[in-house]
Design a protein around this ligand. Structure first.
Ligand SMILES: NC(=O)c1ccc[n+]([C@@H]2O[C@H](COP(=O)([O-])OP(=O)(O)OC[C@H]3O[C@@H](n4cnc5c(N)ncnc54)[C@H](O)[C@@H]3O)[C@@H](O)[C@H]2O)c1
Length: 359
């Protein structure tokens, strides 16, 4: 996978990025800035002063709008006045466990937020490539060993997964009704959704996510509490799907009618690890530590087995992952260690190394 070509697509281009204050959004903002793009972000404020967004001095890398995706009127004004060449939509309530506490809000933000964004794009009078980020959890999970393909049935047991599956239906409906590829010359929009797997990487401090839980425990010399040791997930370093989104954006701008579809971004099959394997690896790379399995009492349902099939993406989009699972965990642990040692520009070093790494 060669990322050297990205500058050609993004340098001097206007990029509207929702979710720019979040974990993946901050990494993407940094990368887009490195590529020379002019970015306008639209999100809620960063959660606290330790957030990655502050670490990268996010306000100096973009024109930051702090507002709610549910405010369709403002969202529309911000998009239309900016006239973007690209839109990356990442803003979401992304946590499964929290979605059981605030189900209605999760649907409003994830599903209706996506509809608000596409509604605004209807009124944009210029060519634009729109990449909408959903998740690997959009598929009806059958708890089997077969990886899910883009053509599989959408579903979602918990509110988060269902809200993103609904977002996929919204995307399909808008694409058919207003951005039909057969009428591209009239509307000028390429519309694609990106379904990525579980992402790990430096700067994530979210609650109830495995890497932040591991780092919080290891840095305090406490055992890591592991909730679902046998759950299998398609783990990837954060730069993998982000590189995929940027590559998809480039492809969409070259050939919008060809690539206006949904795409899976996940690891190679051998890199699907159980939670327990991931924790082992992280402790080994950290250099010390232990873990304990915690009893699950009255825990809400979470999928046990989830794999993604990336054949369509590798064959048609020409995208492949660069890091195996061990390298992904290594890069992640390396980031947190550097952070603890006060190296503030490690994100730049990691993006550069990733771009230059041979497959
Ligand atoms: N992290 C993962 O493992 C993973 C895996 C698959 C898909 N995703 C998807 O990637 C995207 C980014 O996830 P993340 O891990 O960076 O999450 P995050 O929680 O770190 O960031 C979420 C972003 O969305 C913004 N946001 C939330 N509610 C909003 C609202 N009502 N209005 C405006 N902005 C709002 C936040 O301000 C923040 O900028 C999400 O769409 C998520 O569903 C994440």
């Amino acid at each position: 996978m060669d990322y050297q070509h990205l500058t050609h697509y993004y340098k001097g281009k206007k990029v509207f990025l929702t979710g720019h204050t979040g974990f993946k959004g901050s990494w993407l903002l940094y990368w887009l800035h490195m590529l020379g793009a002019e970015v306008k972000g639209y999100s809620l404020p960063p959660l606290n002063e330790f957030d990655l967004y502050h670490k990268i001095h996010g306000n100096s890398l973009c024109h930051s709008i702090i507002s709610d995706i549910r405010n369709g009127e403002q969202l529309s004004q911000e998009i239309l006045s900016f006239e973007p060449d690209f839109i990356f939509h990442l803003a979401a309530q992304p946590l499964v466990k929290l979605s059981y506490e605030i189900p209605s809000e999760t649907f409003a933000v994830n599903t209706l937020g996506t509809a608000n964004l596409l509604d605004a794009v209807r009124h944009l009078k210029k060519q634009c490539s729109v990449i909408l980020v959903t998740t690997d959890k959009v598929y009806e999970n059958k708890e089997w060993y077969y990886p899910y393909r883009e053509t599989d049935v959408l579903g979602g047991y918990d509110p988060y997964s269902a809200s993103k599956a609904c977002a996929e239906l919204v995307i399909n409906s808008f694409r058919n009704s207003f951005f039909n590829t057969s009428e591209y010359s009239k509307h000028g929009k390429g519309i694609a959704s990106a379904r990525a797997g579980n992402v790990i990487g430096g700067g994530d401090w979210s609650k109830d996510r495995i890497i932040p839980d591991i780092i919080r425990a290891l840095s305090k010399n406490e055992p890591v509490s592991v909730r679902n040791p046998l759950s299998v997930r398609p783990w990837q370093h954060v730069l993998e799907p982000l590189g995929g989104y940027l590559h998809l954006g480039a492809k969409l701008s070259d050939n919008p009618t060809r690539f206006s579809e949904s795409w899976n971004f996940g690891p190679n099959p051998e890199d699907n690890l159980t939670v327990e394997e991931l924790v082992h690896l992280a402790i080994e790379l950290w250099g010390s530590g232990s873990y304990k399995k915690t009893q699950l009492v009255d825990q809400p349902h979470e999928a046990g087995l989830l794999k993604l099939d990336i054949n369509k993406t590798t064959n048609l989009l020409g995208w492949t992952p660069k890091y195996n699972a061990s390298e992904a965990v290594n890069k992640t642990v390396e980031w947190y260690k550097n952070d603890l040692e006060g190296n503030d520009n490690f994100i730049g070093e990691q993006v550069k190394a990733f771009q230059e790494q041979n497959d």
